[in-house]
Design a protein around this ligand. Structure first.
Ligand code: ATP
Length: 838
C-alpha cells in the first residue's frame, strides 16, 4: 500500500514559448523546495514530458551519494539531507545541459541542489519546453496524471504564458476525475487514489510579452526589451547615416508592451500597438503627418515600431511591409523593414529577470519561494494561485482570475473597445503611452500648460491665470556623478517643455557651470540622440550651491528661471536641501525645484530605484558572467570582485543576487575577523563538496568601502593562502565600467516617466505661485521635493521630510528596502547549512 509522501514531492516544468528567466525560476524553485524539506523534480519538455512520463526500462541507475557530499540540515523541525548533485540530471555527466544528456525515455527526473547551479545566467529553458497537443486532450491529461502519481509527485509548479497557466488550471480542476478513472481502470491502487486525491499546483508567468493581467511584469519581458532596444540602437546608426526610415516589427500579438516600451526607450517616431490604434480614420495620414513634422524639424532618421498584432481602429491588420510602402510612396523616404523575430527571445537574462525569478527561504519578497510556500499551504479548498509581482511586492492571485482578465483585454480589442483595453492595462502602461506621445509629438502651436498629460492637477487650478504667464523658463542641471538615464530624462523634459510652450535651458557642469554662465537653451532636435547616450551630456560635478549661495541666487534671478530640475544622486538631494533652506534669504529660490534621483549607487533615501542603477547592475552582471566563466575554466578559483557604490551596498548586494555570488561584503554590514573566518570555512567546505575533477568558479562581491582594513587585496590573498589545494583566488575591480555604456531600457523608460512627472510638478507649483498676490512670492516647502519610486507608485517627498530618512554622514537612506537581500544571497548558497548553523 502506498503511503502519502512524508514530505512534499514537487515537480517544476516550463511550458509554451521560452523566455529568459525560466531557468532562474527552476533554480529558485528547486533550491527553495529543498530548503523547505521537499523532494524536487523537473519535468522536461513542458506538458509533453508530463504526458510521456518515464518509460519502463529507461530507469537511470541511481548513484549513491558519497556521504561527504551530504550536509545535514534542520528545517521545519526535522533533519534531512541537503543533497548536492545527487539528482538524475547530473548522473550521466556528459554535459552541463540536462537536455544534452541521454535521459532518453525519462521526462520526469529527480534533481538535487547542484543540478541547477549556474542556471540563472543561461537564456531559454534548460528543461526544454514544448507546445503539447496531447495535453490539450483529456486522454493526454489522464496520462499525465498517471505519470505523476507513479512517481509519487503531489505538487506542480508551472512556468509559462497564459496558455500554460490555463492548462494548469484545467488539469487541477479535472484531477479528481482522472484519479477516479485511473482507480476504476486499476492503473492505480485505492490507496494511491486516496493519497493523491488532490494535486497542488501553482503558476509563474514566464512570457516575453508581459501580457498577463494582475502582475506588473512577466518573467522574460525585460530581457526581450533589452534585445529589442539593442537591435534598434544598432539600426539607428544606419538610419542616421543614410537618412533612412526603418520599420521594426516586434512580438506582441495581443499586447503592445514590448512595442510601447521599445518606442519610449528608443525615442521612436511612431508606434502601432493593438490596444490603442491611431485615432484618425486614416492611420496613414496620421503617421505621415507626424513623421513629416519630424523631418521638417531636421531629423535624419525615422524609426517606426509595429507590434505583431497591430491593427487600425477597424481591426484591419497593420503590417510592417504596408507601413514601409506608405513611407516610401507618400514621403519618399528610403525605408527598410526589420522583423526582429526570435532574436527577441534569445540571450542571457538581464539583471531584472534574474532577480525577479529568484528565491530564498523565509523571504517572502521573490517569486520562487512564494510558489513553494503556496504549494505547502495549498488545500483542496484553496484555488490554484498565480505568483505575480505588484508594486514591487510578490503577490498570489487566483490563477483563473488572472487568465480571465488577460483574455478580457483581447476581447475588448476584438470589440473595438480600445478605452476598455487600455483601462485593463496597468497604470504604468498608460503612463508609458502618454510619455511616448509627450516626447514624440510636435504641434504646430505649442499647447497650453493646462493640457498636461498626467492629470495630477485640476483644470480649475488654471482658471484666472493668464495663459502666457503659465509659460515657464525651466533650468535643467546634472549634479554628482554620471548615471545611465540622465540624458534620457533631460530629453524627455526638454521635449515636454517645448510641446507645452515652455523654454528649457541647460545648465552645464552643475553649480560651477551656473556661476560661470554656462547656460543655453535646449532644442527639440538638439536632444534627439540623447536617449541612448550614457554619461552626462550636460556635464556634471559634485559642487554644492553653498560654494557661493548668493551668486547662485543672483544667476537664477538673472536667467529668470521659473523652475529647476536637478538630475543626480545624493549631491542633488543635498543641493536641494540647501536651496530650500536658503529660500528665506534668497527670493530667487522661491520657485518649484525638483530632484530626480540618478545614481548608480542607488543611495538616495526613500526611493527604490535611482536612474542608472539598473544600467549598472546589468554592467556588473555582464562583467561577472565573464569573470565566472574564466574562474571555472581551468581550476577552482574564487574571484573577489570589487564594485563601486560609495557607502551604500546596493550594487554589490543586488549584484550578488543577480550573479549568484556566494559572499557579499557591504558597507552597511562591514567586515570583521569572525566573518572572514566563517567565509573561509564556508568556502573550504563548499569546495570539498564539489564533484572531483570538475573546476568550479565562485564569485565574492565586495563593495569598495566595506572596510578600510580588510581590503579587496587582503581578502583575496587570505583566500589564496587558506584555500590551499582546494581553491585559489584572484581579484577584479570593476571601477567606472559600472557606470555602463548605453543606458538600459528600464532606466530609459523610467527616465521618461519620471521626467514628465517632474515637469507637471513644476507647472502645478508655478501656477500656485502665480496666484499669490504681491511681489514677494513664498514657495511652500512641498514645492522643493524629490520624486521617488515606492512600490509601483511614484511619490513626491518634500526635501525637508526626506532628510528625516537620510543618513547624511554615510550618504545613504536609513531604511533601505533591499538590506535583507544579503541574507537571501547566503540562503541561496545554503551557507547556514554548510556551516552547520542549521
Ligand atoms: P506564450 O505566451 O509564449 O505563447 P503560452 O503558455 O501562452 O506561452 P501556449 O502554446 O498557449 O503558450 O500554451 C502552452 C501549452 O499549454 C499548450 O501547448 C498546451 O499543451 C497547454 N494548454 C494551453 N491551453 C490549454 C487548455 N485550455 N487546456 C489544456 N492545456 C492547455
Amino acid at each position: 500500500m502506498s503511503k502519502p509522501p512524508s514530505r512534499m514531492k514537487l515537480a517544476v516544468l516550463t511550458s509554451g514559448g521560452d523566455s529568459a528567466g525560466m531557468n532562474a525560476v527552476v533554480r529558485a524553485v528547486v533550491k527553495a523546495g529543498i530548503l523547505k524539506g521537499c523532494e524536487t523534480w523537473v519535468v522536461r519538455e513542458g506538458y509533453e514530458g508530463l504526458v510521456r512520463g518515464n518509460q519502463e526500462g529507461h530507469k537511470v541507475e541511481k548513484e549513491t551519494s558519497p556521504s561527504h557530499r551530504e550536509v545535514h540540515i534542520k528545517d521545519e523541525g526535522f533533519i534531512h539531507n541537503l543533497r548536492f548533485g545527487d539528482g538524475e540530471l547530473l548522473k550521466d555527466g556528459t554535459s552541463d545541459h540536462p537536455t544534452g544528456r541521454t535521459l532518453k525515455g525519462r521526462y520526469i527526473v529527480r534533481v538535487g541542489w547542484d543540478d541547477v547551479r549556474g542556471w540563472f545566467g543561461v537564456g531559454g529553458t534548460l528543461c526544454g519546453t514544448a507546445r503539447s497537443a496531447a495535453f490539450r486532450t483529456p486522454e493526454g491529461r489522464l496520462q499525465a496524471a498517471h505519470n505523476l502519481i507513479k512517481e509519487g509527485i503531489d505538487a506542480l509548479v508551472v512556468c509559462g504564458g497564459d496558455g500554460s497557466l490555463t492548462g494548469a488550471d484545467v488539469f487541477r480542476a479535472e484531477w479528481p476525475t482522472y484519479v477516479n478513472t485511473l482507480r476504476e481502470k486499476g492503473d492505480i491502487t485505492p490507496a494511491q487514489a486516496e493519497n493523491y486525491a488532490h494535486l497542488k499546483i501553482v503558476g509563474l508567468v514566464g512570457s516575453i510579452d508581459n501580457d498577463m493581467s494582475m502582475t506588473d511584469m512577466t518573467i522574460g519581458g525585460p530581457t526581450a526589451l533589452h534585445r529589442i532596444c539593442e537591435a534598434i540602437d544598432n539600426i539607428e546608426t544606419t538610419a542616421f547615416s543614410h537618412s533612412r526610415a526603418f520599420v521594426v516589427e516586434v512580438m506582441g500579438r495581443h499586447c503592445g508592451w514590448l512595442a510601447l516600451l521599445a518606442g519610449v526607450s528608443s525615442g521612436a517616431d511612431f508606434i502601432f500597438i493593438p490596444e490603442r490604434p491611431p485615432e484618425a480614420d486614416s492611420w496613414e495620414d496620421e503617421m505621415c503627418k507626424m513623421i513629416q513634422r519630424h523631418r521638417e524639424m531636421g531629423k535624419r532618421k525615422t524609426i517606426v515600431i509595429v507590434a505583431e498584432g497591430a491593427q487600425d481602429k477597424h481591426l484591419n491588420p497593420i503590417r510592417a511591409e504596408t507601413v514601409k510602402d506608405v513611407l516610401t510612396d507618400r514621403l519618399g523616404l528610403d525605408t527598410r523593414v526589420t522583423t526582429l523575430g526570435h532574436v527577441q527571445r534569445g540571450g542571457r537574462p538581464c539583471a531584472y529577470d534574474r532577480i525577479m525569478a529568484s528565491t530564498a527561504p523565509d523571504c517572502p519578497t521573490l517569486q520562487g519561494v512564494e510558489a513553494v510556500n503556496a504549494l505547502l499551504e495549498s488545500t483542496p479548498e484553496t484555488p490554484s494561485y498565480m505568483i505575480g509581482i505588484s508594486g514591487g511586492e510578490i503577490t498570489r492571485v487566483p490563477l483563473m482570475e488572472a487568465v480571465a482578465m488577460t483574455r478580457s483585454v483581447s476581447e475588448a480589442i476584438a470589440a473595438k473597445d480600445f478605452d476598455k483595453a487600455m483601462s485593463l492595462r496597468d497604470p504604468e502602461f498608460r503612463e508609458a503611452l502618454e510619455g511616448f506621445y509627450a516626447t514624440s509629438e510636435v504641434h504646430e502651436q505649442p499647447r497650453l500648460p493646462h493640457h498636461t498629460v498626467s492629470c495630477c492637477l485640476h483644470a480649475d487650478l488654471h482658471l484666472g491665470v493668464d495663459p502666457s504667464s503659465q509659460r515657464m523658463r525651466i533650468a535643467i542641471m546634472h549634479v554628482g556623478a554620471p548615471a545611465g538615464g540622465m540624458n534620457a530624462a533631460t530629453r524627455a523634459a526638454v521635449r515636454y517643455c517645448i510641446r507645452q510652450g515652455h523654454k528649457p535651458f541647460a545648465i552645464h557642469n552643475g553649480f560651477t557651470g551656473l556661476l560661470d554662465g554656462e547656460v543655453n537653451a535646449l532644442s527639440w532636435l538638439g536632444v534627439d540622440n540623447w536617449m541612448t547616450r550614457g554619461g552626462s551630456e550636460l556635464g556634471t560635478n559634485r559642487k554644492l550651491p553653498d560654494v557661493d549661495l548668493g551668486s547662485v541666487a543672483a544667476k537664477m534671478q538673472q536667467y529668470n528661471f521659473h523652475g529647476l530640475l536637478m538630475i543626480g544622486g545624493f549631491e542633488a538631494f543635498s543641493a536641494l536641501l540647501i536651496l530650500e533652506e536658503a529660500r528665506k534669504s534668497y527670493p530667487a529660490f522661491n520657485i518649484p525645484m525638483a530632484h530626480l534621483p540618478a545614481t548608480i549607487s542607488n543611495n538616495v533615501p526613500m526611493t527604490e530605484f535611482s536612474l542608472g542603477s539598473d544600467t549598472s547592475l546589468n554592467a556588473l552582471v555582464d562583467a561577472c558572467d565573464a569573470i565566472k566563466q574564466s574562474a571555472s575554466a581551468s581550476r577552482n578559483r574564487v574571484f573577489v570582485v570589487e564594485t563601486q557604490g560609495g557607502k551604500c551596498g546596493y550594487l554589490a548586494t543586488m549584484g550578488a543576487l543577480a550573479t549568484g555570488a556566494c559572499i557579499v561584503y557591504s558597507p552597511e554590514r562591514g567586515i570583521n575577523l569572525n566573518m572572514l573566518r566563517d567565509d573561509v570555512k564556508y568556502l573550504k567546505k563548499r569546495y570539498s563538496l564539489d564533484i572531483k575533477g570538475k573546476a568550479e568558479g565562485r564569485l565574492v562581491l565586495r563593495s569598495e568601502v566595506s572596510s578600510n582594513v580588510y581590503t579587496t587585496k587582503m581578502i583575496t590573498d587570505m583566500y589564496k593562502e587558506e584555500g590551499g589545494k582546494l581553491f585559489d583566488s584572484r581579484s577584479a575591480s570593476l571601477g567606472h565600467t559600472l557606470q555602463g555604456g548605453i543606458p538600459s531600457p528600464l532606466d530609459r523608460s523610467r527616465a521618461v516617466r519620471l521626467a514628465l512627472k517632474c515637469m507637471t510638478f513644476m507647472e502645478g507649483h508655478h501656477i500656485e505661485l502665480l496666484k499669490q498676490s504681491g511681489t514677494s512670492k513664498r514657495a511652500p516647502p512641498e514645492s522643493a521635493a524629490v520624486i521617488t519610486i515606492q512600490g509601483s507608485s511614484v511619490q513626491w517627498v518634500p526635501v525637508r521630510e526626506m532628510v528625516n530618512h537620510a543618513d547624511m554622514e554615510n550618504r545613504r537612506g536609513t531604511d533601505e528596502p533591499w538590506r535583507g537581500v544579503a541574507e537571501l544571497v547566503e540562503a541561496l548558497v545554503a551557507r547556514p547549512q554548510i556551516l552547520g548553523d542549521k
